[in-house]
Every structure is written in C-alpha cells, then in structure tokens.
Write a protein that binds this ligand. Structure first.
Ligand code: HSE
Length: 435
C-alpha cells in the first residue's frame, strides 16, 4: 500500500470474527480496566466492547460524568477515583491518562498490586521506563508500551523481536503525527501552520498541550524509547538537541525543492565512533526518501543495522484508532503469553556528539544583496557553500543557502556570526540536510 493510501476503518462489528481464538487467551487477563477516556481511551473501549474475550470492567477519568457514553455496557463501572481501578479485581490496567503524574504512580501501584499494565505514555516510559520494567519483573507482571511510539506502526515490536538479531546503529524517522500533519499540509495544500495545527487538534492527533508536539518534546521522548530499545543506548529526552517547527515558512518548502528536498520534523539517533548523535527538529530530506512520502498523521522510521542495512516501517502514527490498535495488540500479547517478561539487554551511556551533515540556512535581511558578505563569513568558518537558493517570485527579504557538511556546532557559530551583520534582523534558521 502506498504511504499516502487511506483504508476504511469502520467495519460491521457483528460480522467480524473476534481478534483471537478464545483458547489462545490466558484466562487471567480477561478483566481489563481503563485509566483515561480521551481520544485513545474511547477508541480502545470501542474495540474492547466488541471483543467477547476481553472484558472491560472500569473506566476512570477526571469529571467522569461528562465522559459517559451509552455504548459501553452497563456492567462497566465509571469512576473519577483511580484507586477504584487499582483496588479492583481487574487483571490488567490500560494507562491512557497521559502526562507524567499521576500516570507514573498509577502504573507503579498497578504493577505492585499484581496487575499487568499496557500504556501509551511516552513521557512516563522515556523517563521511568527501566525502573518500571524492573518493577514489573519483580512482581511477575508485564508492562507493554508499544503504543507509546509510532501509533499503529509496530516500531517497538520490530526493535524487540524482528531486528533483535542485529546491532542497530541508527534510527531516523518521523515520530510525531501532529507535526507531520502540519508540514505535509503546509507543503501540499498551502495550509498555514496555525490552521493545520488546529485541524490536527480537532482530529485528535495533538497532545493536550500541543507545544510538546511543535517544540519536539513528544518526539524526543519517543526517540529516547527507540534508542534505549534499539540502539541499547541511554538518551535523556530532555537533553536531545531540539528545534521547533514553528518557524517554518511556505518559502522554506520552495527553497528545499531547489535542492531536491522537502521538510519534515525528523528524530535522529546515531551511534558513530563510540558516541551518540541525536536531534529532533525540522530537517531537509531528499524527495526520494521514504520519509518524504509520509503524509498527514503518518509516522515512518528507517532503522539501520550493521548486518540488515535499512529497514523502513511506516503507517498511521497518531489518532485514536491507530493508537488503540497498538494498545489492543499489547493486551493480546500479554493475554497470549501469560505473564513473562523477556530479558532486557543492558543499555550503555555514550558521550554525545554533534550531528555532522550539510545544513540549510534561511536568512531574513533588509534590502541589500548579502550573498558576497555571507559567502565570506561562511568560508571564514572553514565551511563550503553548496548552493545559493533563490525563489524567482520571492518579493520578501528572505535568502537561503545550503552549506556542505560541517558539525552542528560550527553551523550554529555561522548562524550566530550572521546575526551580527548589519541588515540581518534575527538569528538565521539553521536546519540539517539529511542524505
Ligand atoms: N501527539 C502525538 C503525535 C500523539 O502527534 O504523534 C501520538 O503519540
């Protein structure tokens, strides 16, 4: 299926077979309670209520009365006290509250009280993943978090099982559906960033605080999880160099085209020379890259292994139904296996290093032709200019250029020096061009 293809999500539940044969399901995992009834919680409940072998027992949400829906069976207990869920006889708790607290404490308590947990919470898993997985092991329970990265795209399953026989050295992808929705719509339909963000919120893709999407924190948390599981390297989400997509203009897409590229929010972690390079933010990527074909709420990732080379995974990365599929798949995995945690390989801490790649600069200037001055300044930093980028119908005071490869640190020095030139009103934007 082409990356842009859409398929119908809604079938007739009465005519569909159950997701798994009853015999496969572990009897102790049938009673399932839900913490959080937002976009994803509703979509998970929708699947569970059609599934005879999984029994929804509780729904917790703050101000639960405004959340009640008639299609959930009467036997389900609605509550705004999560202790009702944690102290219940549910075998498995699905945490979809989002945010760090109280979600983190709820997961801890659930594991301590002998319940397995499925979560879509990337903040909690990025920050507390190792300690929670240890806790689950100590209590003989399972903690699954496939929905925390990539929505319906089984990125974590690929890292844990499919590619476990290789040593992965690089993960490079689009891990935030909201930013991808914004950028692909700015490019294809000339939508403005605020309008595209508002639509992404309406469609249930964005975080409750959409700043976390736009400024890259959401993607950095996902990158941290991917890096730990796939590259066996520690990466603190809050220390990943990040840039916001908020400054991208329609002109940037036109400049990018001149060098055969488009722009996406890219998350990158790479092991090289015994150090770890990471970044989240706008990047120029070649039009022929699988990442450039990623539209709307899709996510995609290229995983590079020493022996397997590049493996590409892509699909719907945000929204209620795609994320609910990942949640229910985790429930089924727990149900089928019973309670047994596979061993987790050790994770190393590497020194961090700057990205080393070509860079795109966009400069806002007043009137005069700056090309000679800028060229001299760039060369004075030991960097070579690859191309001046001009848009023929550009009447505003923007200029852009592509530089040959240099470290992100040097590129930043160039940008700082440019800012000091007369006629340049703000620090130029500087984004990586990924090959
Ligand atoms: N806000 C997130 C995104 C939701 O847009 O990707 C899925 O994690």
């Amino acid at each position: 299926v082409a990356l842009g293809a859409q398929v119908s999500l809604v079938g007739d539940p009465g005519k569909r077979p159950p997701l798994r044969a009853e015999a496969v399901l572990h009897p102790a995992t049938r009673k399932v309670a839900l913490l959080g009834f937002g976009t994803v919680g509703r979509a998970v409940a929708d699947i569970l209520c059609r599934e005879p072998h999984l029994r929804l027992t509780h729904v917790f949400n703050r101000n639960v009365e405004r959340k009640r829906v008639s299609w959930v069976p009467d036997r389900v207990q609605w509550t705004d006290n999560y202790q009702d869920v944690l102290q219940s006889d549910a075998d498995l708790v699905i945490e979809l509250m989002g945010g760090l607290e109280p979600a983190h404490q709820c997961i801890r308590q659930a594991l301590q009280s002998g319940k397995s947990v499925v979560t879509a919470n990337k903040h909690v898993m990025a920050k507390y993943g190792p300690e929670l997985l240890d806790l689950a092991r100590q209590h003989g329970q399972q903690l699954e978090y496939g929905a925390s990265v990539g929505g319906a795209v089984p990125i974590l399953a690929a890292l844990r099982y499919g590619l476990a026989g290789d040593c992965l050295v690089r993960a490079c992808g689009i891990l935030n559906g909201t930013c991808n929705y914004i950028l692909s719509n700015m490019e294809a339909n000339a939508t403005t960033l605020p309008a595209a963000l508002a639509e992404a919120q309406r469609l249930g893709y964005a975080e409750s605080n959409p700043c976390d999407d736009v400024n890259g924190l959401d993607a950095a948390c996902k990158l941290s999880i991917v890096t730990r599981l796939g590259l066996h390297a520690e990466l603190n989400a809050f220390e990943v160099p990040r840039q916001s997509i908020a400054n991208i203009l329609p002109e940037d897409f036109r400049y990018a085209r001149q060098i055969g590229c488009t722009i996406r929010q890219i998350s990158l972690a790479e092991l090289q020379s015994n150090s770890l390079r990471s970044a989240v933010g706008p990047a120029l990527i070649p039009l022929q890259s699988p990442l450039a074909a990623c539209m709307d709420n899709q996510n995609a990732i290229i995983l590079t292994g020493e022996r397997s080379g590049d493996t590409v995974l892509a699909g719907r990365g945000a929204g209620g139904h795609p994320t609910a599929v990942a949640v229910v798949s985790d429930i089924l995995a727990i149900a089928a296996k019973g309670h047994s945690m596979p061993a987790v390989s050790s994770v190393r801490k590497y020194p961090s290093a700057d990205l080393y790649c070509a860079h795109y600069f966009r400069i806002c200037h007043r009137g005069v032709d700056f090309s000679r001055t800028l060229m001299n300044l760039i060369e004075a930093h030991g960097v070579r200019m690859r191309k001046w980028l001009q848009h023929p119908d550009s009447t505003n005071q923007l200029a852009a250029c592509a530089l040959e490869a240099c470290s992100a640190g040097v590129a930043n020095l160039v940008a700082t020096a440019m800012e000091k030139l007369d006629g340049i009103s703000q620090k130029p934007l500087c984004w990586p061009i990924l090959g």
